[in-house]
Design a protein around this ligand. Structure first.
Ligand SMILES: [Zn+2]
Length: 335
């Protein structure tokens, strides 16, 4: 990306092993993230030009001398932060905040090849080469599924719980799927877009509401005997969505927030009296990858349904435009 709205596809040098813990992968598929739209819309400060992309699945081409858990030929999935998966933070399940974490987005995976740091801790190999129709699902696991899943776990979604999902992008929709898989009783998706409403229902939403702000809170209260939701997934990152999430939760409830926060300011008195648990941040997708890739391999879940447009990598600029204009939920790019 050279500037907001200016995405170009160009030849860059092939990545090389730089450290003995690196792996080089050949991308099988990559995609555009909702968070890539922040710089695209000029809402993030970026050193231009910037390589883009942090979601990836692919085949290991080469490994550094210290890499032992993946080998050339393996089909692998990783997340947007490389992590050693061994420090105390990783062991506690917060790999995205690993003390050695490295943002894969700085490398850029909207590409044919990528260097993945800390390969042993970062990459998870599938039992074999997946059928081509499973590749979108594995790609979803790289970020949006793992992020939606973390949000649902952080929100305490589970049996007997009413879960509200704020945000109908790929993460919010997969938060619906996660809440369903975790056994939530009722799942209320907030969406005004018919194709997204349909996918939310397919993923397990029991109620769709189109109201927002105080009206949205009022409808959620109506649906929950005046209590509010036990669990709220926040998957946008704006002041309005965060306020919506906190106000939609009942006292003692949980908000799992994973929308990348942009200028959100929380009034202390409202927080104090809300009595809600707030937990979120950059999702530790790596924590969930073994389980999620297993479910995909077994065809228990199909998170790949969030990709409603596939384009060749050369058309990356079109992919950004389609997502920016909300003509597509998520665009898969084929290198
Ligand atoms: Zn770590």
């Amino acid at each position: 990306m050279y500037a907001p709205g200016d995405v170009r596809v160009e030849d860059r040098p092939d990545p090389k092993i730089e450290r003995p813990t690196d792996a080089i992968i050949r991308l099988s598929a990559t995609c555009v993230c909702g968070s890539d739209l922040w710089p695209y819309r000029g809402q993030d400060t970026v050193d231009w030009p910037a390589p883009m992309g942090h979601e990836y699945v692919g085949v290991v081409e080469e490994t550094g001398s210290q890499v032992s858990t993946v080998k050339p030929g393996d089909f692998v999935i990783g997340s947007f932060f490389a992590s050693d998966n061994s420090c105390e933070i990783c062991q506690a399940g917060y790999q995205s905040r690993c003390i050695h974490a490295e943002p894969v987005g700085a490398i850029g995976t909207q590409a044919e090849y990528a260097r993945i740091p800390l390969a042993d801790g970062t990459l998870v190999a599938t039992p074999g080469m997946p059928e081509p129709d499973l590749i979108p699902a594995f790609l979803a696991a790289s970020d949006v599924l793992g992020t939606g899943w973390f949000a649902a776990v952080a929100a305490g979604a589970g049996p007997g719980k009413t879960v509200t999902v704020v945000g109908d992008g790929a993460v919010g929709l997969l938060g619906v799927l996660a809440a369903r898989q975790l056994g939530a009783e009722r799942i209320i998706a907030m969406s005004r877009h018919e194709p997204r409403q349909a996918l939310a229902r397919e993923f397990g939403a029991t109620d769709i509401i189109t109201e927002r702000g105080d009206d949205g809170v009022a409808v959620i209260k109506d649906l929950t005997k005046g209590y509010g939701a036990h669990s709220v997934i926040e998957a946008v990152g704006t002041q309005e969505s965060m306020r919506q999430a906190i106000r939609s939760a009942r006292p003692g409830g949980h908000v799992g927030y994973v929308g990348v926060s942009h200028d959100v300011v929380l009034p202390g008195d409202e927080l104090f009296f809300s009595g809600v648990h707030l937990h979120g941040g950059p999702a530790p997708v790596r924590r969930f990858l073994p389980e999620l890739t297993g479910q995909i391999w077994q065809r228990t879940i199909d998170p790949g349904r969030v990709f409603d447009l596939t384009l060749p990598l050369e058309k990356a600029a079109d992919a950004y435009q389609a997502m920016d204009q909300r003509r597509a939920i998520k665009v898969l790019l084929q290198p």
